[in-house]
Design a protein around this ligand. Structure first.
Ligand code: HAM
Length: 437
């Protein structure tokens, strides 16, 4: 019979892998909770239409979609955003605002396998609904920074690049592009860092040639790397809408500076995001060395809840992936070592002593102490070796002579000190030893 392997891009999580994943999830969950976000979950399988109502996304070509036995067109979820919009949209009236929700879940995209990109991966999603002002961006960018610095990553390790699709649309409109052309240009800009000039091919295939003068203006705008440059580039237009937009920019940057987070964030108009639903600020997190694909991405999407049948509800959010985060933590030596050691290893003299040992083992475990013991009887020497190899801090020894006196031995495996104690005191003594002096 053929031996089976997992599908390309899907991972088995052996205990040491699962341990690493749990570490990542724990830091994310702690961060979100500290920021007052509430956790939710949702189905992995959704109606295909949820992902095809907004056309033009790269994601659409990567769906794991099929017809179910009831002839429904369905798809595994490639992202959480449409789902969370549906959920919030259908209860929007009853939810206290601002609505701050997070989730940790698995997603599926039929991507070409490459470093940092798989076909099944986990994301932490955090979104705020019902807040139109840039305070929502401040809150989310601060949370994103906490979700990375919670691992011990510092400002030399990662960077948030902040940009604005609203300004891009304004600028492209001023250059004479209509909405569909502007979306085509933003698609090209999204690919420009990776592909260079070839990024514009998809645009010219659809919309025809792009004159050099306009292209140079676009390439100039995407070089903008600071608020002062941005203000200078937009000054000639002198519109009220623009002035209000730049005021929002200053509020975001000042808010983050007040939190002491300014050094984590850079203004960078080269970020436009591949997903079509973003309407305003957009941001991505990268490792500073630039070795890895994006760690996280997000932005404002004020139209999506309504487009999916809900009320008009402003929204901002982001997602971090576990794959690039894990790679970065490994690179920086910040992934904790796999620790599966019990607190106590129980050494058992023989069948007669096992009964007394099992009673204490059960009581200790019920009290939350991690206890291991050998399933089969064997010589003391072999059991002590197993106790040492287990990494346990303590050994409890149930020997015939001691039990005859109503006692057991408690050994500290680090310094090998040992004492005898009445069997009735085992639980209290173990807990006291684990807590330490
Ligand atoms: P996204 O940029 O497509 O955004 O994904 C966010 C993050 O998920 C990426 O930066 C990356 O770390 C991870 N990721 C995406 N695709 C893969 C893959 N094939 N393999 C491994 N990791 C991957 C979104 O998904 C938006 N829905 C985020 C959002 C939430 N926007 C608003 N709210």
């Amino acid at each position: 019979m053929a031996s089976f392997q997992s599908l390309p891009g899907f991972r088995d999580f052996y205990p040491e892998d699962f341990f690493r994943r749990q570490h990542i999830f724990r830091v994310w969950r702690q961060s979100a909770t500290a920021f007052g976000f509430q956790e939710y979950d949702a189905p992995v399988l959704e109606p295909l239409e949820l992902y095809t109502t907004k056309s033009g996304d790269e994601i659409e070509g990567q769906l794991f979609s099929f017809k179910d036995k009831g002839d429904r067109e369905v798809s595994l979820r490639p992202e959480m955003t449409p789902t969370v919009c549906r959920m919030v949209g259908s209860r929007a009236g009853a939810l206290k605002r601002p609505i701050k929700w997070f989730s940790i879940a698995e997603f599926y995209r039929y991507e070409r396998a490459q470093k940092g990109r798989l076909r099944a991966f986990n994301q932490f999603n955090a979104d705020i609904f019902g807040e139109a002002g840039p305070e929502a961006e401040i809150e989310l960018i601060a949370l994103l920074i906490q979700c990375l610095s919670g691992f011990g990553l510092a400002k030399d390790d990662f960077l948030i690049r902040l940009s604005d699709r609203d300004l891009w649309f304004f600028y492209l409109e001023a250059l004479g592009f209509n909405d569909s052309q502007a979306r085509g240009v933003l698609g090209a800009i999204d690919r420009y860092e990776k592909m260079g000039d070839g990024a514009f091919k998809a645009y010219t295939d659809v919309h025809g040639p792009l004159e050099d003068s306009r292209k140079q203006k676009i390439l100039g705008f995407l070089q903008i790397k600071g608020l002062a440059d941005l203000e200078a580039a937009l000054a000639p237009f002198g519109s009220e809408k623009l002035a209000a937009r730049l005021a929002d920019w200053r509020r975001v940057l000042e808010g983050l500076a007040a939190m002491g987070l300014a050094e984590f964030v850079s203004v960078d108009l080269a970020v436009v995001r591949g997903l079509a639903y973003y309407t305003g600020f957009v941001f991505e997190a990268f490792d500073r060395k630039g070795d890895l694909r994006a760690l996280a991405g997000g932005g404002r999407y004020n139209d999506l809840v309504k487009k999916l049948g809900g009320p008009d509800l402003p929204a901002v959010g982001f997602a971090i992936g576990d794959v690039t985060t894990g790679l970065l933590l490994e690179q920086r030596g910040l992934m904790p070592a796999f620790a599966a050691a019990p607190d106590v290893y129980v050494v058992i003299g023989g069948p007669a002593e096992r009964r007394a040992a099992l009673a204490d083992i059960q009581a200790l475990r019920a009290a939350g102490v991690r206890v291991e013991y050998p399933f089969k009887d064997s010589a003391f020497g072999k059991q002590f070796k197993a106790a040492a190899e287990s990494g346990a801090r303590l050994a409890l020894i149930y020997g015939g002579d001691e039990l005859a006196r109503g006692a057991v031995k408690l050994r500290n495996l680090a310094d090998r000190s040992e004492r005898e104690l009445p069997i009735a005191e085992v639980r209290a003594a173990v807990r006291a030893s684990l807590v330490g002096p």
